[in-house]
Design a protein around this ligand. Structure first.
Ligand SMILES: [Zn+2]
Length: 166
């Protein structure tokens, strides 16, 4: 299943250099800070965790659960932070079930560049699957979500998020 995450040309866009210092910046840390120059679709955020819509989704409703603190692997989180991260994965599944009624989910983490992590900041992917998805190519085909659909879904998810994440 994890092979599934490795190839996605659009993910190159995530590697961004700071214009002034030419230093690589972390997209998720910037989103956590609320940097308006970084495009993002935040569904929920508190001091510890963020739930984001992937703006280059593998499928409609693709979410990412991201710790606010910059860590690159699971063991860098405290026990409590680790448990909360997975609680938010479960809450995200519940949210997506309510809003999109998918037939299944792929949930996965890439740790390290060799595993296909193009953003080093730890994040968990939650990809809802629908009746007509059969595999990798079909999921890729579904990435042509038109922007207004993404915006509309973002609004729907934000509206319902309170019920699950509060
Ligand atoms: Zn970061």
């Amino acid at each position: 299943m994890f092979k599934y995450w490795i190839f996605s040309p659009s993910r190159k866009n995530w590697v961004t250099k700071n214009k002034n210092s030419n230093k690589e910046i972390c997209i998720f840390c910037e989103i956590a800070k609320g940097n308006p120059d970084i495009p993002s679709k935040v569904v929920w955020k508190n001091n510890e965790l963020m739930v984001l819509m992937n703006i280059y989704p593998y499928n409609t409703g693709h979410l990412q659960v991201v710790p606010v603190k910059h860590v690159e692997s699971l063991e860098e989180l405290s026990e409590k932070e680790y448990l909360n991260l997975w609680k938010y994965v479960r809450k995200s599944v519940m949210l997506l079930k309510e809003v999109l009624k998918p037939k299944g989910f792929n949930i996965g983490i890439n740790i390290g560049e060799n595993a296909g992590a193009s953003i080093r900041h730890l994040h968990i992917h939650i990809v809802p699957r629908f009746e007509r998805d059969f595999g990798f190519m079909e999921v890729i085909a579904h990435t042509k979500v038109i922007p207004s659909d993404i915006d509309e879904l973002h609004e729907q998810l934000k509206k319902k998020a309170k019920k699950f994440f509060d």
